[in-house]
Design a protein around this ligand. Structure first.
Ligand code: ZN
Length: 435
């Protein structure tokens, strides 16, 4: 090897404790040379006793050759990187150590085991393996490193494996692949809809109204109308991402420090979503609004400018394209803002039906009155006048919302029972007339 650099051996996981490494550069020249005194396969094998006693350096990769006594877990995923193969290795003393193979190494072992595992004993050699001391409930474990590891299984042309096989053959238990239990987690088996409701609470707006903490949920709502705030229908976004931009040091920058020559308008629309007599506030973000409206915010803004509209806060009629639609919506309920921040939505009948069917399965539970501790008689007297004056809003005086008031006693916790009982003596109809 000619023309190379020498630097400190600063790998976070190293296969040698030597203080230096040789680094290839553009002019490095390598020639094959016969040097019989240096073996091609050199193994730095660490015994299980040393591993079990903690006599190893956690950042130095070692070679381990041992017999397999037991398969603990086989998890094969269509995405190779998530495959996992866990087994125990022994040197036939009393020491057994757990070994975990990930990704392609797990697949390599699994394939071998599936094809040869019938009543055979297995010796593995893991070259450049990583050892992790027991920690926080996880046992001492030997595993492959993310790079540089080589796995050799039962190959007796390898001297170390041959040596161990000869000495262990009689004692090592024979493993049978017929007892192999494989957990397959193929991501491809999940449908689009499964992903849509993945790790989310599928609940109706009635149930969402009772949420107290941040929750990812999937629900059904009809988009009734825009909640017009002070910020208009779009914000000034970054040209490279969807974050908002502001002038910093004389330049337009987003939070991620991208520099934009001019801001790109991005939709942010707060919409009142309604399901029967329940309603919630949804915030739809740029890409979902674009899908529902069919025009980018930039396009929409340019059209406004061309039409001579100079008030950027004015809601263009084109936005109405996203209203009156009933959607299945995946969103995060944010108790701090009492709103649902939309992650994605589905507009097809099939998805809506599936979501509604899931609601039905817990309908019985949601019928139980939650916040009313009063007696049955009280409840009857309450629910009567309330359902008659279904248009009554306790906050009618300063409310800008129109239909679908949330006043059913089952509805929510934000209509306190105090308010509910006070409605008995108030004359809601007259108040309504006064508007
Ligand atoms: Zn950006």
């Amino acid at each position: 090897m000619q023309n190379f650099k020498v630097s400190n051996n600063d790998f976070s996981f190293k296969s040698t404790t030597h203080g230096y490494k040789l680094v290839f550069c553009g002019s490095t020249y390598v020639k094959k040379t016969e040097l019989p005194e240096i073996p091609i396969d050199y193994f730095n094998i660490l015994g299980l006793a040393s591993i079990a006693d903690g006599k190893f350096q956690p950042n130095v990769l070692v070679d381990v050759v041992r017999g397999v006594t037991e398969i603990l877990q086989t998890q094969i995923n269509s995405d190779n990187n998530k495959s996992k193969f866990v087994f125990m290795i022994t040197d036939m003393s009393k020491i057994v150590v757990q070994c975990t193979l990930w990704g392609n190494f797990a697949l390599q072992f699994y394939e071998y085991y599936k094809n040869h595992g019938e009543d055979v004993n297995i010796v593995v050699l893991l070259q450049n393996a990583r050892i992790k001391a027991a920690q926080g409930g996880f046992p001492l474990n030997v595993s492959n490193a993310w790079s540089g590891t080589k796995l050799i299984i039962n190959d007796i042309s390898n001297v170390e494996i041959k040596k161990l096989k000869d000495s262990l053959n009689a004692e090592l238990p024979k493993l049978s692949s017929s007892s192999l239990q494989v957990e397959t987690t193929q991501t491809s088996q999940y449908s689009d809809f499964d992903k849509f409701i993945w790790k989310a609470e599928v609940i109706s707006l009635a149930e969402i109204a009772m949420l107290k903490q941040e929750t990812t949920c999937v629900t059904i709502a009809k988009l009734e109308k825009f909640e017009v705030g002070n910020s208009g229908w779009y914000y000034d976004g970054c040209a490279e991402c969807t974050k908002s931009v502001a002038v910093k040091d004389g330049k337009l920058k987003c939070y991620a420090n991208h520099i934009s020559s001019e801001p790109v308008p991005r939709y942010k629309l707060e919409v009142l979503g309604v399901d029967g007599k329940f309603k919630s506030h949804f915030v739809f973000w740029d890409s979902d609004c674009f899908k529902l409206i069919g025009k980018s915010a930039l396009q929409m803004k340019n059209e406004l400018v061309e039409a001579g509209e100079d008030n950027p806060l004015e809601f263009p009629f084109g936005l109405d394209a996203m209203l009156k639609k009933e959607l299945a919506i995946r969103a995060v309920f944010q108790p701090k803002f009492n709103r649902l921040s939309v992650i994605s939505f589905k507009d097809d009948e099939d998805s809506r039906k599936k979501v509604k069917d899931t609601f039905k399965s817990h309908e019985d539970v949601s019928k139980i009155p939650i916040s009313l501790s009063s007696s049955q008689d009280d409840m009857k007297s309450l629910s009567e006048p309330l359902s008659v004056s279904a248009d009554f809003d306790p906050n009618a005086a300063n409310s800008v919302m129109t239909p679908c008031k949330r006043i059913n006693p089952e509805a929510s916790e934000d209509v306190e029972s105090v308010q509910l009982s006070s409605t008995k003596t108030m004359k809601p109809v007259k108040k309504e007339d006064g508007r």
